[in-house]
Design a protein around this ligand. Structure first.
Ligand code: BG6
Ligand code: MG
Length: 215
């Protein structure tokens, strides 16, 4: 692939460490419901997964009504939004600001492809909401990752063919979504987390734009 014409970023766990807040909010809810839930389970099964599917994993085969599901999703979201309130631009990952600037300087388009309905709030708190040509979030498409829809939608927002896009993800479900969309996939995190990533980097801290484009 030539230099990509657009880079599509997942948000939680890629540009900021909100995945830890998602975990803590689920942990609190699980505790209140008397359900055991560990950090390892969170990493293996919930990373990048939608709010409803995350709750379904935690509840497993418990019988619950739709009203109870809604109440629990709302409760978890209250805990989560309470936790992110104090976020500031300092919560952008190390190297993030410089990376976004060098992508802009290189004339490459950028969009967000996040499953979160809190995506815009987090981007505002990080003060990077205006850095992107488009924002695809938890309200944009019906099918969640690993379906390709969110990344295809984000590519459309940048008016770039999917084959000329590079997707960046911290979750294996997200890498699947990127590959299912026919894009190049960069995984951020430990190598063993990913199955179909074209390249994996531990983080952005010591990575230049060239490292990222060098797939
Ligand atoms: C993803 C997170 O970005 O968004 C998941 O990785 C989260 O942990 C999902 O469940 C949905 O987020 P929200 O904010 O709509 O509950
Ligand atoms: Mg993520």
């Amino acid at each position: 692939m030539q230099k990509p014409q657009a880079i599509l970023f997942d948000l939680d766990g890629v540009l900021t460490d909100t995945s830890e807040y998602h975990y803590r909010a689920w942990k609190r809810l699980a505790g209140e419901e008397g359900i055991p839930f560990t950090h390892e389970e969170n990493d293996a099964h919930l990373r990048g997964v939608s709010r409803r599917e995350s709750l379904m994993y935690i509840l497993r085969d418990r019988k619950v009504t739709e009203a109870q599901i809604q109440e629990m999703m709302d409760r978890k979201n209250r805990y989560y939004t309470e936790m992110i309130k104090g976020m500031t631009p300092a919560d952008l990952v190390p190297g993030g600001k410089q990376l976004l600037q060098s992508i802009r300087d290189a004339g490459i388009k950028m969009a967000i492809a996040s499953a979160s309905k809190n995506c815009r709030t987090v981007l505002e708190l990080l003060d990077i909401i205006n850095a992107f040509d488009g924002i695809a979030d938890g309200y944009s498409v019906a099918n969640t990752k690993p379906a390709p829809d969110l990344f295809v939608y984000a590519a459309g927002l940048t008016r770039t063919p999917t084959s000329a896009c590079l997707g960046v993800e911290d979750a294996d479900a997200g890498i699947e979504a990127i590959k299912n969309a026919g894009m190049l996939a960069l995984g951020i995190g430990p190598q063993e987390r990913f199955h179909r990533a074209d390249k994996v980097l531990p983080d952005f801290a010591n990575s230049s734009l060239q490292d990222i484009l060098n797939l």
